[in-house]
Design a protein around this ligand. Sequence first.
Ligand SMILES: CC(C)(COP(=O)(O)OP(=O)(O)OC[C@H]1O[C@@H](n2cnc3c(N)ncnc32)[C@H](O)[C@@H]1OP(=O)(O)O)[C@@H](O)C(=O)NCCC(=O)NCCS
Length: 141
Amino acid sequence: MDTPNFYIRKISGSRTWPIRHRVMYPEMSPESVILPQDREGIHFGLFLPDDRLIAVISLFEGENGHYQFRKFATESAEQGKGYGTALLTYIIDLCRCRNATRLWCNARISASAFYSRYGFTKTDITFSKDGHDFVIMERMF
Ligand SMILES: CC(C)(COP(=O)(O)OP(=O)(O)OC[C@H]1O[C@@H](n2cnc3c(N)ncnc32)[C@H](O)[C@@H]1OP(=O)(O)O)[C@@H](O)C(=O)NCCC(=O)NCCS
């Protein structure tokens, strides 16, 4: 059997901050990627076999089985190799195990095609923030 070339595990919120900053908001201050809600979130990291953290995602439980994921990012040099897919499908499976009814995100328009591949559909809600255009996307269970 092939040895998997990565592993995913829970991490602290603070371990997500450097990748969030480097990949998503390099033009802003490092502190700007810290969410007040990070204390309540569950954070996951994808690691290479050498224990290098290369992708992160944060999951937040709301009411009525609704979950939101935020700040999903893969290091630029490692994008397009399937790591984002692995992390996102891990979160989807976790939500299913937790009897989630809905998983949603504020999707950058630039990433909306990516999410469509994994069963997310666009809602009518769009907005702009920090120089990026967003659409709320959701996946029902
Ligand atoms: C979105 C993101 C997390 C995806 O991670 P990744 O590790 O590159 O994902 P994968 O390698 O699993 O990509 C799977 C497929 O989706 C494609 N894809 C990746 N990002 C995409 C995007 N923004 N739009 C459309 N397709 C995309 C890849 O090319 C790949 O296609 P292929 O299977 O035909 O080769 C990563 O591109 C990223 O960090 N982007 C910058 C930050 C960002 O926009 N985060 C999302 C905010 S809502």
